[in-house]
Design a protein around this ligand. Structure first.
Ligand code: FAD
Length: 494
């Protein structure tokens, strides 16, 4: 309801608002001298449009300008110019990270990668080359045509920034994390040089980007592995209500330790949400079974033996529609905060976590548009092994002997004014839970970048060896530390 109002106001002031004087817009003005048609200011249609590309309203800041390049050389010119002039700047792909200040800023330029729409499928070598401006439904559509699929996020409108953090996907169980299935990154470095990093060329940079986020450059192309899937697979969304909640954590635990380990063609995203408007819990759980058969395998059957409200699981030959189905309801424009910690899968603790978050959520039901979402998502030892096989990453997950669970906690409010108090309370909740997990001997140190809040210590969580490696790579490819000093987001600790 709030977004159309913003659009209407923005449209009314379009072209009516004077540009700020050059003294305040130096970095944007410098860039505008070179690319007059690609730099937009408040009131310009492109600026207004780019402002709407953020999932959380808290991430909509007031950059001086958006720069919307079309080709890598233009990104290179901009980055070199920003580095040489000490311009604080940001980089944005799909705008779905909820970390404030990561993909925008106050008073500087934002490089919006919106126009990088390359998606070239090489069905012989099983690679899709993807521009960072794509949303995942666009990549699914490109590869669906070949009955092939990359290890992507599961939601249609989410962007390629996912590929710099970790990446939970339909294909995790057989192929590992998304970052481990990137075979090459085209990167613009701080001095404007463009390199293609892979296992053979700049292997240290390639590895650093598998979890190192936006600390090394601007990625202008990802080459991703693609995998065959049968003509038909089973996929869909199952909606549950309160009746299923008593069973939910047992099913989720069994998925972590059984199906995800022993039946790798399965994928579920176990989640439930508490809706402040109805004061009820509900679940919209995505399913996929990457085999051609008419019904779910025995390992997933218990999920449809419990009471469900709506079930769209069907045979399908295309995965893009599933990504739209999953994304339905996740609109841009509300205040959102995501937080995450990692624990070892444990049946009793899973139940306790759900009970505690349910109690927390009920206390905030009075807030306009309140929603609390909770997911438990497995990372199995096999997935970690896959990462090692593919050249390794910097996440520090090596050595797990049993599945860990990425715990996701999201809170949402319609009004941004409610965000500070709600977000602080949610932070306290998650930190208390971390202490509880530690006391139970169930905490794993890893914090997944994709779902972390701005003040969670993601890179620290990768462990001292990986932090030291990331520092070395940063010094080598960005000797003046431009991406540490000038770009926001999760930085390498000192
Ligand atoms: C509805 C929803 C569904 C989600 N589903 C999944 C899922 O299925 N699996 C999963 O693992 N995660 C999922 N996520 C989390 C997601 O991985 C992160 O939010 C991710 O950062 C989104 O990328 P983006 O491009 O949309 O974000 P952005 O906010 O544009 O970018 C995130 C960060 O990456 C940086 N960045 C982005 N692109 C580049 C680039 N090319 N070069 C340098 N820096 C860059 C930005 O500066 C920013 O710091 C989901 C999130 C939401 C809101």
């Amino acid at each position: 309801m709030r977004l159309p109002l913003i659009v209407a106001v923005a449209a009314a002031i379009a072209h009516a608002r004077p540009r700020p004087p050059p003294s305040q817009t130096n970095c944007c003005a410098l860039l505008e001298d070179i690319y007059p048609d690609k730099v937009s200011y408040p009131g310009d249609a492109t600026y207004v449009q780019e402002t709407q590309n953020y999932w959380s309203s808290t991430c909509v800041l007031s950059p001086t300008c958006f720069f919307t390049p079309d080709v890598t050389a233009e990104v290179a010119t901009a980055v070199k110019l920003f580095t040489e002039n000490n311009c604080k700047f940001s980089v944005r792909a799909g705008g779905h990270h909820s970390s404030v200040g990561a993909a925008s800023n106050e008073g500087g330029p934002v490089i919006a990668l919106t126009n990088f729409k390359q998606k070239d499928v090489d069905p012989v070598n099983n690679i899709v080359s993807v521009g960072p401006g794509n949303r995942f439904h666009e990549v699914y559509t490109a590869t669906d045509a070949y009955n092939k699929v990359a290890v992507l996020g599961r939601y249609a409108q989410v962007g390629t920034g996912l590929l710099l953090g970790a990446g939970l996907s339909y294909l995790n169980n057989p192929e590992g994390l998304s970052v481990d299935n990137v075979v090459a990154h085209e990167v613009v470095l701080a001095n404007g040089t463009v390199v293609v990093a892979s296992r053979d060329n700049y292997p240290d940079l390639h590895k650093a980007l598998k979890g190192g986020g936006d600390n090394f450059g601007v990625v202008t192309r990802y080459d991703l592995k693609i995998f065959d899937y049968p003509e038909n697979v089973l996929g869909g969304l199952v909606t549950y209500g309160e009746e299923a909640m008593p069973f939910y954590d047992d099913l989720t635990y069994n998925y972590h330790v059984d199906a995800a380990v022993n039946d790798k063609s399965t994928h579920i995203l176990p989640q439930w949400g508490y809706n402040g408007a109805t004061r009820q819990r509900e679940s919209f759980t995505p399913f996929i079974y990457l085999k051609d058969q008419p019904q779910l395998p025995p390992s997933l059957q218990p999920w449809v033996d419990v009471p469900w409200v709506h079930n769209t699981i069907r045979n399908t030959s295309a995965l893009a529609p599933l990504s739209f189905e999953n994304h339905d309801g996740y609109v841009n424009g509300d205040a959102q905060q995501q937080r995450t910690i990692t624990v070892y899968a444990d049946r009793a603790f899973f139940k306790e976590i759900s009970r505690l978050y349910y109690e927390f959520a009920q206390r905030w039901a009075h807030i306009d548009g309140f929603y609390a979402l909770h997911c438990k998502m497995p990372i199995t030892p096999f997935m970690v092994e896959k990462g090692i096989e593919n050249g390794g990453n910097v996440l520090g997950l090596e050595g797990i002997r049993r599945p860990v669970s990425i715990l996701y906690f999201g809170v949402q409010a319609a009004n941004i004014e409610d965000a500070p108090e709600l977000f602080k309370a949610q932070e306290r909740f998650v930190e208390n839970l971390r202490d509880l997990a530690r006391r139970r001997g169930l905490l794993h140190k890893y914090i997944m970048w994709n779902y972390a809040a701005y003040n969670q210590k993601v890179i620290d969580s990768y462990g001292p060896g990986n932090v030291a490696f990331l520092k070395r790579v940063s010094r080598k490819y960005d000797p003046t530390g431009a991406f540490q000093r000038l770009v926001g987001g999760q930085k390498i600790p000192n």
